[in-house]
Design a protein around this ligand. Sequence first.
Ligand code: 5AD
Ligand code: SF4
Length: 478
Amino acid sequence: MKNGEIVLDEAIQGQALSSDNNSTGSKKMYLESYGCQMNFSDSEIVASIMKDQGYSVTDNYKEAELIFVNTCAIRENAETKVRNRLKEYNAIKRKNPGVVIGVLGCMAERLKSKLLEEEKLVDIVAGPDSYRDLPNLLSQVEDGRKAVNVILSKEETYADISPVRLSKNGVTAFISIMRGCDNMCSFCVVPFTRGRERSRDPDTIIDEAQQLYKDGFREVTLLGQNVDSYLWYGGGLKKEFKNLSPDEQLQSVNFAQLLEKVASVNKELRVRFSTSHPKDMTDEVLHMMAKHENICDYIHLPVQSGSSEVLQNMNRGYDREWYLNRIKSIREIIPGCGISSDFITGFCDESEQNHKETLSLMESVKYDFAYMFKYSERPNTQAERKMTDNVDEKSKKERLNEIIQLQQKHSFEANQKHVGNSYKVLIEGTSRKSDAELFGRNSQNNVVVFAKGELKPGDYAEVKIVDCTSATLIGEVL
Ligand code: 5AD
Ligand code: SF4
């Protein structure tokens, strides 16, 4: 998920995860992850829990005795992809009955025991809050039983678990700062699959960031479904600041304060975060970003639609005017800040006129980058229960194509504006196209490619941009 690329559906790209630093375990586990960054981060927690049971992660499923698929339920096509994958693994199991297959994450939570009982596709079903129970679930399977735990928790944040880092570059890492979501956007399955919102103890977040820095990492991304509503007050479900007791208020830490704590771990450690919510993003957070050079000047602020009417139907908690005002604040407080968004086309009752308002909002914001999706109705959501999925498939597709084309133009124009400028780039690895080139990102999250020279991943380089495509900036090291 790199800035500058037009990504149609990141949720259906599965990724086999493996790690170099946990080869101590004698038993092999294959771990495949779908969906959002939070899911990838969860897989690192699963790897840690299973490492304590003697499992190491392999990227070759053929040598694995345990296969976990960490799934996404956000759109129907994400689920279809996973279902097909599970059928493939099931065929392996028929040849080698000793292999245990587990489905984790959001689809496990949504379908619960259906995957075990009706479809007989898997041995273990574990929802996002039950990963501590995996060793126990595994022993149930070893005793010849099918095992399921989809209980959602009010407290679980896996705060004390040190994730096994599965990202390959050793430079960038995710830190989960909260779990669940209380927003109830009418299209979204997440509140049902990931449960209620709760924030993680900031001390454990700082410890994790310090450890990552010591281990050579140079960038952390703080993850939550709605990071702006992060509020630590001692643990438990989300509360508003005004509802905290005087004691809780005293020890409370909000998102802006957390950002400052993490940014203070080391000036050489970059801090990013995702995802921000337009209704909750405060100027306090923007000022904190402006204050610390190592908090990156980049905000992913999903708008979903440019029409106030549609936003109301989506239960987003803001209208077009409010959103544009948030953009104005970003531009004022953090000049040059990279901004990206998510869009859904063809939501219930979306008219041609509503769609045009999305195009006009895109014209006025001119995003650097966007993720764009067709509306996909999800079982049990408010939209499924109370509205009608009444925009025909052809219109959904046409509208999606229109916003993709416009975004591509904007991404290219935005990239062209960087040509001639110089940026501090954190190097992440070797370019996909050539071993003689490295790639990294600037603070604004643009991908920059340049000649290798004496540099290596984890280094910072001052790079002058000399050319671009719609996806990448091409630079020369100064
Ligand atoms: N259909 C299509 N896209 C969706 N998203 C969330 N739910 C749906 C759905 N039912 C998109 C939103 C969100 C992103 C993670 O996925 O744009 O911001
Ligand atoms: Fe998919 Fe949402 Fe679950 Fe992430 S939280 S895996 S995007 S359904």
